[in-house]
Design a protein. Sequence first.
Length: 280
Amino acid sequence: MLNNFLLKQKLTAFLKEDLEFGDASLTPLPDHVIEGTFIAKADGIVCGLQVISAVYHLLGGAEVELLISEGEKVAKKTELARVKGSAAVLLSGERVILNLLQHMSGIATKTAQAVQLLADPTIKIVDTRKTMPGLRMFEKAAVRAGGGFNHRMGLTHGIMLKDNHLALAGSVGKAIDLAKQSVGPMTRVEVEVETLSELQEAIKHHADVIMFDNQKPATIKQWQKLVPAGILTEASGGIDLANIAQYQGCGVDFISLGTLTNAVEPLDISFLVNGAIKAK
């Protein structure tokens, strides 16, 4: 479920960008009540259905009948929603709706594929901050719809100490100590490690979460044995759909995948007004 307040703000900006002074294509055409259908043109997980009603509400209103549920797996040619309203409303909002539906459904589908390929219920698939500016709310909702989980929503939602932070602090241990001194009890401190000595230092200084960065499954299994109970572990870097199955049983609590949101193939979805003929 998307935050309705933020959704309205985002969609208003998107519609303003697309419509500006109106839809020139509709100006010479009669404006009367029409009906149309959103249809999946490929198999996948559908996400973003809330956007349909929200966009049409901003443009003046339309009747919307959802035919499937958010996050539902559908086959090609499945009807997703039927709508009825002014031609000006339905067609003016079509592209913004489709852009978001296709993008979010592509992310949800890819996330579901990652979960299926890993096939390890003890490890959570999580996203990263590698999202398109302005679209993070939508992209992270899509990850959840696909069976994944959200990592940090932004820089204020937890401390992650990576290579540049460690360089500024001087060492893994110093970085953790400084971070622990600056935050309250509800904020976790995560640190990235690339060597065994860095791992040992992270454990010694009581990091809340340790990220194994760009490590092979065999290395992760060995390092995981050294981590005491109470410290969460994450595998990240160099992991994608092609090799994620190799990380099954590696022992980490979660695997983060930037590719879920920064290398997205949209799910093909179309909108057809009743009576329109579309070549197959």
